[in-house]
Design a binder for this molecule. Structure first.
Ligand SMILES: [Zn+2]
Ligand SMILES: [Zn+2]
Length: 232
């Protein structure tokens, strides 16, 4: 569960205080809907964005579903890769945002770090044809990139080895690091990955992603096998 109703109501109050163009559109046992406008005033890399966007923000309650933003004002071009057809913004990988919420993220930080940055990146991309803070992949590319960042390991294959170890084992600082460096875990990736072994909520996120990844790889291999068999 990301938010209980009680916690969400408190955090929404803080959010409305900071973004005074938003109002509560509806509230039920399942979700809170915020409507209105947010003004982004952000400068980075010599580019300044000062613009107002019309949005709807949905906060699911007592649910594992993440909060999300709808582009009500249709201000994001449909061809932009990080906007879904139904108007939902692709803020970051779900894995990334989920882990941040477990780390004690509030709705307010979610807004400033993901939602504001989203609009900034979009406008920057429209202007310069490149992303200000690096390009982000979709699907598995994006998810493995997310873990690479959290584990502080640039290599995708090593990142997957670490995911496997977290999914199947306990943290043992004196054991060899799953990345294959030959060093002890505690003097290699240990400081970055320890919490994923010890916090059951984080561990279950890794385990779920790792399981789905294994399934995807298996399916891919079967397809390759069938294609090769058909050619013969
Ligand atoms: Zn995306
Ligand atoms: Zn290592």
């Amino acid at each position: 569960m990301i938010f209980s109703k009680e916690v969400a109501v408190q955090q929404v109050a803080n959010l409305l205080h900071r973004y005074n163009g938003l109002y509560v559109n509806s509230m039920s046992e399942e979700k809170i809907s915020l409507m209105g406008s947010i003004t982004i005033n952000m400068s980075s890399l010599g580019f300044t964005l000062y613009k107002t966007y019309r949005v709807e923000i949905i906060i699911p309650l007592d649910s594992d579903e993440l909060p999300y933003v709808l582009d009500v004002g249709n201000q994001i071009d449909g061809s932009y890769p990080h906007r879904y057809v139904e108007g939902k913004l692709c803020l970051e990988t779900d894995t990334n945002i989920r882990i941040r919420f477990i780390d004690g993220f509030s709705l307010e930080t979610w807004m400033s770090e993901y939602v504001e940055t989203y609009f900034f990146s979009y406008e920057f991309y429209q202007r310069y044809g490149e992303f200000p803070f690096g390009e982000r992949g979709h699907g598995w590319d994006g998810i493995i990139q997310t873990y690479s960042d959290f584990f502080n390991e640039a290599d995708g294959a090593k990142t997957i080895k670490i995911m496997a170890s977290i999914s199947n084992g306990k943290y043992r600082g004196h054991a060899l690091c799953p990345c294959g460096s030959g060093q002890k875990l505690r003097s290699c990736h240990g400081p970055y990955i320890m919490k994923f072994y010890t916090d059951n909520r984080l561990k279950s996120i890794v385990r779920k992603d790792f399981f789905l990844l294994q399934e995807a790889v298996q399916k891919y291999n079967e397809q390759q096998h069938n294609t090769r068999a058909a050619k013969r």
